[in-house]
Design a protein around this ligand. Structure first.
Ligand code: NDP
Length: 340
């Protein structure tokens, strides 16, 4: 019998690449959506890019409600819990996203484990690791690093991701099911916008081209290509020793100015920014712009992923960050989301 995998939030950027990878491997995929129209659009986009969608079904479920999750997890051998709110602008209430992220994750995971899923892979984030006071100008991020969700400068998104992942590991320890749960913690996800649904992270590339950032803040995160991030999610379902682990999805680190320089080399006619924003200006800007507020704690810090253990456990070798940046820009040009 074909094994079924539940993919939550299948209409999203990372989830659609995971679904395509699962279908290519012969799994049946059940995807959850909040909005049927959005769901149908992603099924069409997957089919257009050669996925066999005869093994794909959609069910409706919202992380904010219990409705639908019991049916969603039924008979699934594996669960990929990827959905979580990821807004471009940070809500001013730093706890605002916690209900959907934490209670939503618990809804999915409790139902999945209760229904006998062999392993649940949940997409967390490196933001649940990096947000610590006193980390210095160069942080080598390790699997055991945790953000402090009570640290005041952290905004709604990292608070929600950290509280959700902490809750999941507390549950895993209490129920003695650690080996049936793996979290994937991606850095900044670029790569091709194959299904024309690239959300918040591709907004950075679009913003550099559109002139939204005339000056660049000094922030630096590990980058990963969405294709490698998706492969890691899939490997995490079955890799021996991946149960109970937090797998960083991360290649090398780029400053925003490095991303602009990579793009300038390939698109010399584009009006890309050349100047960095002084750190004090980022702080002033954060009073007026919620997008800027969310990066304030990270200004001036070079975050690097200590992620060799991930390749050792799963065999996934993430491609260089430069390739992920160029694939993102190329696809955004191709699907008309960005012009020079
Ligand atoms: P997208 O915005 O493309 O996908 C988010 C998905 O979550 C969408 O399918 C969205 O559904 C769904 N979702 C949001 N809120 C709810 C809710 N209340 N109930 C049900 N579904 C919901 O983002 P990405 O693909 O980039 O992100 C996917 C995951 O990866 C998230 O957990 C994010 O935190 C994590 N991540 C992303 C990184 C990146 O750089 N892109 C980096 C690190 C982690 P709908 O389409 O209906 O809005």
């Amino acid at each position: 019998m074909t094994d079924t995998v539940l993919v939550t939030g299948i209409s999203g950027f990372i989830a659609s690449h995971v679904a395509a990878g699962l279908l290519a491997k012969g799994y049946a995929v059940r995807g959850t959506v909040r909005n049927k129209v959005k769901g149908e659009r992603i099924v069409e986009a997957l089919a257009e890019h050669s996925s066999d969608t005869s093994r794909l079904e959609l069910v409706e479920a919202d992380l904010d409600s219990d409705v639908g999750w019991k049916t969603a997890v039924k008979d699934c051998r594996f669960v990929q819990h990827i959905a979580s709110p990821f807004p471009m602008d940070a809500p001013s209430n730093r706890e605002a996203l916690v209900p959907a992220a934490r209670a939503g994750a618990m809804r999915v995971i409790e139902q999945a484990i209760g229904a006998g899923a062999e392993r649940v892979v949940m997409t967390s984030s490196m933001v649940s690791m990096m947000g610590q006071p006193g980390r210095g100008e160069h942080m080598r991020v390790k699997e055991e690093d945790w953000s402090d969700p009570d640290w005041k400068p952290l905004t709604a998104y990292p608070v929600s991701k950290t509280r959700a992942e902490l809750a999941v590991w507390d549950y895993a320890a209490a129920q003695n099911v650690k080996d049936r749960i793996t979290t994937v913690c991606p850095g900044l996800v670029f790569g091709p916008d194959t299904y024309d649904n690239g959300g918040a992270s591709l907004g950075i590339i679009k913003g550099l081209f559109s002139g939204k950032f005339p000056m660049m803040p000094r922030i630096a995160y590990p980058v990963v290509d969405v294709r490698d991030c998706a492969s890691l999610h899939i490997k995490a379902m079955t890799a021996e020793g991946a149960g109970g682990r937090r797998l960083m999805a991360a290649s090398n680190t780029l400053w925003i100015s490095d991303i602009a320089a990579i793009l300038r080399e390939t698109y010399p006619k584009a009006k890309l920014p050349t100047r960095e924003m002084p750190d004090f200006m980022v702080k002033i800007g954060s009073f007026f712009d919620t997008t800027i507020k969310s990066i304030v704690p990270d200004v001036g810090v070079f975050h690097e992923a200590d992620a060799a253990y991930v390749t050792a456990l799963t065999g996934v070798v993430p491609r260089p960050a430069k390739d992920a940046v160029l694939a993102a820009a190329g696809s955004l040009m191709e699907n008309g989301r960005m012009t020079i």
